[in-house]
Write a protein that binds this ligand. Structure first.
Ligand code: DGI
Ligand code: FE
Ligand code: FE
Ligand code: FE
Length: 189
C-alpha cells in the first residue's frame, strides 16, 4: 500500500506553491473519481501526488536526462520538452526509488499525452490533471460531468478538448496525442 504521507511531503518540498496547489487538486479529483468508478483511491491519490514532480526542472536539463535515460521516442519530444516530465518522473520512481507498481508508473508516464491502450488508472490521472478543481477554462465543468458519468467516455472528451485547444493555439500535435485519440475513439467512442 502506497506511502501517501511520503508522497505528499516529497511534492510539498519539491514543487512551487502554485504547482503544489495544482497537485493537491489533481489528488483530490483523482481520489473522488477512483471512488466513483471502483478503483483504489490510495493508488490514484499516490500517482496524482507525484505526477508533476519533474515539471520544474529546467527544460534543457529535462532533455538531457531524457536522453541519458533513453526516454526520447519522437522528434517532438525534443522540440516540445514540456511533454517529458511524466516519463522522467516514472523512470526515476522505478529506477531510483524502487517503485514496482507498473500501473502507477504508466499513469504518471502517460499523464500529459496519454497512450494507446491505457488502463483505467492511466485514464483517471490523465483526466484528473486536466479537470482538477483549480482549472478554470470554460468547458471544464462539462469535462468533470463527463468523467463522473463515464471514465472512458470522459477521457475521450478530455483528449478531444486538448486537440481543439492545441489546434486553436497553433501548436504542433504530438503523435502520441493522436494515437491516444484514435485508440479511445475505437474502444469507447
Ligand atoms: O504538467 P501540467 O501543466 O499539469 O499539464 P500536462 O502535463 O498535461 O501538460 C504539459 C504541457 O504539455 C502543456 O503545456 C501542454 C503540452 N502538451 C500536451 N499535449 C501536447 C502538448 N504540446 C504539444 N506540442 N503537443 C501535444 O500533443
Ligand atoms: Fe504534467
Ligand atoms: Fe494534462
Ligand atoms: Fe499536472
Amino acid at each position: 500500500t502506497p506511502d501517501l504521507k511520503q508522497a505528499l511531503d516529497l511534492a510539498g518540498r519539491t514543487l512551487s506553491a502554485r504547482r503544489f496547489r495544482h497537485t493537491l487538486g489533481v489528488a483530490s479529483l483523482a481520489e473522488d473519481l477512483a471512488r466513483r468508478h471502483g478503483l483504489d483511491p490510495a493508488r490514484a491519490r499516490y500517482a496524482a501526488l507525484l505526477h508533476d514532480l519533474a515539471k520544474e526542472i529546467p527544460e534543457k536539463q529535462q532533455v538531457c536526462l531524457a536522453q541519458r535515460w533513453h526516454l526520447i521516442r519522437y522528434s517532438e519530444d525534443e522540440s516540445c520538452p514540456s511533454v517529458l516530465h511524466g516519463p522522467l518522473v516514472s523512470y526515476w520512481l522505478a529506477n531510483c526509488c524502487g517503485l514496482a507498481d507498473r500501473d502507477i508508473l504508466a499513469a504518471i508516464a502517460h499523464h500529459t499525452l496519454g497512450a494507446p491502450n491505457m488502463s483505467r488508472l492511466e485514464m483517471l490521472i490523465y483526466s484528473a490533471d486536466l479537470a482538477e478543481p483549480g482549472r478554470e477554462f470554460p468547458q471544464v465543468d462539462n469535462l468533470r460531468q463527463a468523467l463522473y458519468h463515464s471514465l472512458e467516455k470522459g477521457t475521450l472528451t478530455c483528449v478531444e478538448h486538448t486537440l481543439h485547444y492545441l489546434e486553436e493555439s497553433h501548436r504542433p500535435i504530438h503523435p502520441l496525442t493522436r494515437l491516444t485519440h484514435e485508440d479511445l475513439r475505437r474502444r469507447h467512442g
